[in-house]
Design a binder for this molecule. Structure first.
Ligand code: ATP
Ligand code: MG
Length: 376
């Protein structure tokens, strides 16, 4: 099924197109610019046919609204007669092609096919980007392979992801990978550490504040607004106060916010990825974390395994960090390998990295030996 969204105020044109479009095309109809923009956001069409003359808004404006969204579909403009200036402007604003009315069915089908094929090729290229990104994620263990598979599967969706795992396991890394592998990759990825700020400051940090709220001298956007069109990473989400949890739930559910001390509602297009090293389920049972928020944040759950659960990855990561530090020719002695495998790694990958940094400085030869490994 290839969904074609046709935005045109002439009902007759819709009737004609319905007859002309063969399978696998399916026609979605919108008769005003506003309706078209909404349908594009809601239905995720594969391609859009957009009339330049609309009753309620300039076709160029509708184009900008549609084409500026992440993973925007290709947009083909329909112009009543050849208007070179408008055509040029629409291409600059993100249209992929144009057709001059009246047009032949064959011409339309050819243009549709080219536009959809171009979008498919871009998606395939995005898949390759994901492959390349995954290469930097070191680990061949079953747990790590499963993690990479989940990241790959979750990335294209807009649903919230909750990343759980011990400290230093790579939660933030996983969160950023989800952003980079998603259609939001060209948008912002904003991180907020929810454990680092007192409750009232956290709310204005997240939701922004209007002049005069508390002691704010100026109005300013919060992290949610700055993450519009992209991803908001809420680190240590388990540390939020009950009040902030309630506000967060409201903003996520309503997809809009009101700044602290403000009245205007601001619509949002933000994907939320949160992380915690706490056992949030236990926090929910104990009444420390709202159950409804927990389920809302954790629509797509990911658990990053600790190093103890995947000892096979320890030597791989150790050598990887040596390489990163410019010690490409260096190897681990059998004794060093054994010592690394025998340790419990409470600080996980972050701790392993600092142990290897120290070892690289301590060793003088090509081999890292047990005496170079100093644990915290
Ligand atoms: N699979 C991996 N391959 C290589 N490096 C990794 C991998 N996972 C994490 N790292 C590195 O380990 C360090 C810790 O990762 P990160 O900050 O993502 O962990 P975290 O779980 O968020 O930690 P904390 O709980 O302390 O916030 C970072 O330097 C990160 O780049
Ligand atoms: Mg972290």
């Amino acid at each position: 099924m290839v969904k074609v969204l046709f935005i045109d105020d002439d009902p007759q044109a819709h009737a004609t197109l319905r007859v002309v479009l063969p399978e696998p095309y399916v026609l979605l109809s919108a008769y005003t610019g506003r309706q078209g923009v909404e349908t594009a956001a809601r239905e995720g069409p594969d391609v859009v046919l957009l009339d330049i003359n609309l009753p309620d808004m300039d076709g160029l404006r509708a184009l900008r609204l549609i084409a500026s969204r992440p993973l925007a579909p290709p947009v083909i403009m329909l112009t009543a007669f050849s208007q070179p200036r408008v055509v040029k402007e629409s291409i600059l604003a993100g249209a992929c092609d144009y057709i001059v009315k009246p047009f032949e069915a064959a011409e339309l089908l050819g243009t549709l096919r080219t536009a959809v094929a171009g979008a498919d090729a871009r998606r395939a290229a995005a898949g390759e980007v994901t492959d390349a990104l995954m290469q930097g994620m070191i680990g061949e263990s079953a747990g790590m392979r499963e993690l990479k598979e989940l990241i790959r599967r979750y990335a294209p969706s807009d649903s919230p992801v909750l990343v759980l795992g011990e400290s230093g396991t790579g939660k933030e890394r996983a969160a950023r990978l989800i952003h980079d592998a998603s259609r939001r990759r060209d948008g912002p990825c904003v991180a907020v550490n929810c454990g680092a700020l007192p409750a009232t400051l956290l709310e204005s940090e997240l939701f922004g504040a209007e002049k005069g709220a508390f002691t704010d001298a100026v109005s300013r956007p919060g992290s949610f607004e700055r993450a519009d069109g992209g991803t908001l990473f809420l680190d240590e989400v388990g540390e939020m106060s009950p009040a902030a949890q309630a506000s967060l739930l409201r903003v996520i559910e309503q997809k809009e916010l009101t700044r602290v001390g403000g009245t205007r509602t601001i619509p949002l297009d933000v994907r939320v990825v949160s992380a915690s090293n706490r056992d949030l389920k236990t926090d929910v049972s104990a009444g420390r974390f709202r159950a409804d928020l927990f389920y809302r944040l954790g629509v797509l759950p990911i658990r990053v395994p600790s190093l103890r659960e995947r000892p096979g990855d320890i030597p791989l990561l150790a050598v990887h960090f040596l390489c990163q530090m410019g010690s490409k020719s260096r190897t681990l002695s059998d004794g060093a390998r054994e010592r690394l495998l025998g340790y419990s790694w409470p600080g996980n990958i972050r701790e392993l990295r600092s142990v290897m940094e120290r070892a690289a400085l301590a060793a003088d030869g090509d081999e890292i030996r047990p005496c170079h490994l100093i644990f915290d």
